[in-house]
Ligand binder design. Structure first.
Ligand code: SAH
Length: 219
């Protein structure tokens, strides 16, 4: 089979293009995000047995009871995060397999990513390194605490759902910064967009979503 640089067959090239067309049909318009998703070999982020399904619009298991988010939600959250303009510094909570991290890292100067399951984060780090994504710092910790050392952040993207917005994350937002965070229990989660103003926070409900819960502690 004909291969390109990522060792991906022509069939995967076609399914990847189909994923991009589907994202456009679903209303994603930011060309830079669509290009980043076109250039990122999503099949490397899922187990080999599931690689043929990597470009379907669905969440897939990545081990440790966790999932890789569906392409639409990755694109949508990234689009909302970037809407106010270019960002220098973004904090991501829930590295998981690192797919969302890889997309963010192609669009933002530096990504700080926090994950509570160490082996998952190690795997993500190795994979991102192998595809030459280097503008990412990794922390094994409970993301509910944020990553104070590098605060404030222009953007915060949370990819696991707490029952309410963690105070620490609010405190680590820059004035004018945006946070995207799913809130609530399975079956009733809503993606919230938080904007920090000079002396307040604006919270807007975006759309229903389905993420794994943000769990306390680390393992
Ligand atoms: N961003 C990933 C999706 C990750 S799934 C993607 O691109 O597909 C959610 C991740 O959040 C899981 O890996 C889970 O272990 C992690 N997580 C859950 N609670 C957490 C916490 N308190 N701190 C950091 N990570 C957490």
């Amino acid at each position: 089979m004909k291969q390109n640089v990522n060792g991906i067959g022509m069939t995967s090239m076609r399914t990847r293009e189909r994923m991009i067309s589907r994202l456009e049909e679903q209303g994603i318009t930011n060309r830079k995000i669509l290009d980043a998703m076109r250039n990122t070999p999503r099949h490397l982020f899922v187990d080999e047995a599931l690689a043929s399904r990597a470009y379907e619009d669905t969440a897939l298991p990545i081990g440790y009871n966790q999932t890789i988010s569906q392409p639409y939600i990755v694109a949508k959250m990234t689009e909302l995060l970037l809407a106010p303009g270019p960002l220098n510094k973004v904090l991501e909570i829930g590295t998981g397999c690192g797919y969302q991290t890889a997309i963010l890292a192609q669009l933002i100067d530096h990504v700080y990513t926090v994950e509570r399951i160490q082996p998952l984060q190690k795997k993500a780090k190795n994979l991102l390194w192998s595809i030459k994504i280097k503008n990412v710092s990794y922390l094994h910790s409970d993301g509910g605490w944020g990553w104070e050392e590098h605060a404030p952040y222009d953007g915060i993207m949370v990819t696991a759902a707490p029952p309410e917005i963690p105070e620490n994350l609010l405190m680590q937002m820059a004035v004018g910064g945006t946070m995207l965070i799913p809130i609530g229990k399975a079956g009733g989660q809503v993606l919230q967009r938080v904007t920090r103003t000079e002396n307040d926070f604006k919270v807007e409900a975006m759309e229903p979503v389905s993420f794994v819960p943000l769990l306390p502690g680390r393992q």
